[in-house]
Design a protein around this ligand. Sequence first.
Ligand code: C5P
Length: 233
Amino acid sequence: MKNPKIIVALDYSHARDALAIAALLDPALCRVKVGKELFTASGPAVVEALRKKGFEVFLDLKFHDIPHTVSMACRAAAQLGVWMVNVHASGGRAMMQAAREAMTVEKRPPLLVAVTVLTSLAATDLKEVGMEGDPQAAVLRLALLAQSAGLDGVVCSAQEATVLGQACGPSFCLVTPGIRLAEGGSDDQKRIMTPQAALQAGAHYLVIGRPITQAKDPRAMLQHIDRQMHEST
Ligand code: C5P
């Protein structure tokens, strides 16, 4: 069975736009990510429609609440048939363990990954919310906590992948956004890496949004990135 490494971020507010782009993509070459905007606007119906088109779905809702609430949300996500779901590691061990346990009762539980430190937060922002110290150390600490709570992996920047791969081992799944092609622009992403470099750094899955969704020909761009990735492995 194919295990495509590219996850295309469908960052739209209307299901029709997300489904129009999905119609140009090949589920053999990519999975898709449904985030807060699209899910809040369109709900489970858009997940179902994407699954009907053959796509595996990463439901990127970054749950963060008391353990019971998060565990029930994760179970609901599992019942939607998504492939991957995520929570904030800063919700703590009990929250993550409850999420893990709630999903194991499902026949095909989704991969459960954690967000460590949002990449939009700099050291000064973290200090303001009471997290003193080096953000990289916090990323590592939260990734190890997620692993010991039984999670399958973390979302991290590709720059963090090597360190996290060494600390957590090769089977701990690293999902990396901030991917840009050597020949393209960076949009609002600050710390970017090419698909090949991210894979070499140890990323398992690459979240790629605008470089594909805003390409003149999204289908050709997906094929191009897929070819480049295979050349580098
Ligand atoms: O269009 P682009 O490739 O920048 O999209 C990246 C996707 O990954 C977006 O959905 C964004 O919200 C998400 N993401 C990110 N950085 C993180 C976590 C998630 O860019 N640290």
